[in-house]
Design a protein around this ligand. Structure first.
Ligand code: NDP
Length: 242
């Protein structure tokens, strides 16, 4: 059984990634934090297309809770390991720096950056020992160019990009790759309140992207065909760079 864990499988992009990995034959662990119903919907959609998986719950900011949930999974699945990890869970809390409260800074850093440490470390050893693994981090255009109102989110996503490049060099020899996917504006709950009509004027593709368009790239990075791509950031933004 080839198993993939997608954090934030209850969200827009995460759900599309779960479906894509399932189509590729993976048994998918659909992770959620608070929205169990959405995670169950993702799992039902996986089953409808002939795949299978299970639901797993934890808060990616809680190091001990993540460790316990993944340890529990391992003890229920002896001789198996999670070979693909998609660190997708995250959120933004936009506010100009001058008014940013400490919890608005640290909450976003916790969910988007510290989560990378919390979820990846318990799974890395198995990937290295089994000499196959894929860690795919969902970052953001915001972490590349920086966006006003998002100093917290830009810092967190840029931090994950640095971590991606460093870890890729630590584990590449063991046939484990670590890459990042940087979406621009994608139609999900996160961007629901944005004015697409106005913002699309900035985007060469003249529209927001879809979760499926991000999932395609994640699927490619997870595949054996991407085995010589390591420490890379792939942009999925319709041509919107700066
Ligand atoms: P959604 O709001 O649709 O989904 C966010 C997901 O993250 C949910 O599944 C949510 O779980 C989970 N999550 C949030 N905080 C936590 C936490 N503390 N612990 C565990 N899970 C958590 O957003 P998207 O699908 O749009 O975003 C997915 C990723 O893509 C994020 O990392 C985001 O930063 C990134 N991204 C999105 C872009 C966009 O335009 N949409 C652009 C660039 C990057 P639950 O609901 O169960 O609590």
């Amino acid at each position: 059984m080839n198993t993939a864990l997608v954090t934030g499988g209850s969200g827009g992009i995460g759900s599309a990634i779960c479906l894509k990995l399932s189509q590729m034959g993976y048994h998918v662990l659909v992770h959620y934090r608070s929205n169990k119903e959405a995670a169950e919907n993702t799992l039902s959609a996986i089953r409808e297309q002939g795949g299978n998986g299970e639901i797993i719950q934890f808060d990616v900011t809680d190091h001990e809770a993540v460790k316990a949930a993944l340890q529990q999974w391992k003890s229920n699945h002896e001789n198996e390991y999670i070979s693909v990890l998609v660190n997708n869970a995250g959120y933004s809390k936009d506010v100009l720096m001058v008014w940013m409260k400490p919890h608005e800074w640290s909450g976003v850093i916790d969910a988007n950056l510290n989560s990378f440490y919390n979820v990846t470390t318990p799974l890395l050893e198995d990937m290295v020992v089994n000499k196959f693994g894929r860690v795919i981090n969902i970052v953001s255009l915001s972490g590349i160019k920086g966006l006003p109102g998002q100093t917290n989110y830009s810092a967190a996503k840029a931090g994950v990009i640095g971590a991606t490049k460093a870890l890729a060099q630590e584990v590449g020899r063991k046939k484990v790759t670590v890459n990042a996917v940087a979406p621009g504006y994608i139609r999900t709950e996160m961007t629901r309140d944005l004015n697409e009509k106005e913002l699309k004027k900035l985007i060469p593709a003249n529209r927001f992207g879809t979760p499926e368009e991000v999932a395609e790239v994640v699927g490619f990075l997870a595949s054996k065909g991407a085995s010589y791509i390591n420490g890379e950031v792939i942009h999925v933004n319709g041509g919107l760079y700066t």
